[in-house]
Design a protein around this ligand. Structure first.
Ligand SMILES: *Cc1c(COP(=O)(O)O)cnc(C)c1O
Length: 348
């Protein structure tokens, strides 16, 4: 008896293999989560909604879009929410690229990109980062062809840390035809301190082919609730809103709104993470490690073939090795960060 045959692109996607579970939440520096409880009022708002779980959520995310529109000074029809910005990413790629089309992306970058491209049926065109772990803008522009439908940029880049500068984003937007969607993934934008860093929202004002991706998973510390969003031109957004209905729960929507209302508290917390990031990076550099400038809540050790060995040295702290490439260490509580600094006192 035969079984249904998936499309080749789907068959080629490797099955998800969970990593070994972390010893504890405090020692889990492998997923770029925030080490804090939700911001004030968020838990209460979410808890109140739990009693209504017999009801469907607002599929139109009305109140969430109003809160986001006010925060970012955009119109509500410029917003597309999803179950994490990864969901919005999948939908954006699938909306604009399919079999025979190409998606240009930086690499090494976010692991979800090749998966999202594979699911769409389009062909991924990965462009290696430069030696300093930044996007190779010239090579990315050279990779754009008549078949290119989407260009992805990740700023700051996960897992390596550097931002795209506004001059670099300008060059990408000037060099890419206006019918190509340029996705600017800003999952870590709240942690950026470089004044030369690109702003996806500023780029959107002059380039309607830009889609900015943001999330509540990182700086807002709501990774488990699954809520992220895209900001773009209303025509682009209309296509990206095509989704499985009712994905973003009421609990996630009210928690996100409550968290947006605590922006000052969020910024203060992010400031402590930024200070820790700079402390960890400086300590590792002083110990002899090469650490690219990070503008996110993690640091990258480009140790190549030693990635797995370096990750093993960090135990019992869980960090994220990328075999053959390097190790990403999320900034956690100072005590957990200290364990990593101590474990890596001697360079590889
Ligand atoms: C964490 C992350 C996201 C956001 O993921 P969610 O689905 O919103 O949790 C998006 N892009 C990058 C590069 C990330 O690292």
């Amino acid at each position: 008896m035969t079984t249904p045959v998936p499309r080749p692109a789907i068959a080629a996607v490797p099955a998800y293999r969970p990593g070994r579970p972390a010893v504890s939440d405090e020692l889990k520096l492998s997923s770029n989560e925030l080490p804090f409880a939700p911001l004030p009022g968020v838990l209460a708002a979410a808890t109140q909604l739990l009693g209504r779980m017999n009801r469907y959520p607002d599929a139109g995310c009305t109140a969430l879009y109003e809160a986001l529109a006010e925060t970012f000074e955009v119109e509500t029809d410029q917003l597309a929410a999803g179950t994490g910005s990864v969901d919005v990413l999948y939908r954006a790629i699938a909306a604009f690229a399919g079999p025979g089309d190409e998606v240009v992306l930086p690499w090494r970058s976010f692991e979800a990109y090749p998966l999202a491209i594979a699911v769409s049926g389009a062909t991924a065109v990965p462009v290696p980062l430069r030696a300093d772990a930044t996007h190779d803008v010239d090579a990315m522009l050279a990779a754009v062809t008549e078949r290119t439908k989407v260009v992805l940029v990740c700023t700051p880049n996960n897992p390596t840390g550097p931002v795209l500068t506004s001059a670099e984003l300008d060059r990408i937007l000037a060099g890419v035809p206006s019918h190509v969607l340029v996705v600017v993934d800003e999952a870590y934008v709240e942690f950026v301190r470089d004044p030369l860093a690109a702003s996806g929202l500023a780029a959107l004002r002059t380039h309607p082919n830009v889609l900015v991706l943001r999330t509540f998973s990182k700086a807002h510390g709501l990774a488990g609730l699954r809520v992220g969003y895209g900001i773009g031109n209303r025509d682009v957004v209309e296509s990206v809103r095509v989704a499985v209905p009712f994905g973003v729960t009421d609990v996630a929507q009210v928690a996100a709104i409550a968290s947006l209302g605590e922006t000052d508290a969020m910024r203060r917390r992010v400031e402590t993470v930024v200070a820790e990031r700079d402390r960890v990076a400086a300590a590792l550099r002083a110990a002899g490690w090469q650490v690219p400038v990070s503008e996110a809540n993690f640091v990258w050790l480009p140790v190549g073939e030693q990635a797995l060995a370096v990750a093993a040295r960090c135990e019992p702290v869980s960090v994220r090795p990328f075999a053959g490439e390097g190790v990403r260490v999320t900034i956690g509580d100072p005590s957990a960060n200290d364990l990593v600094i101590e474990a890596l006192r001697d360079p590889a």
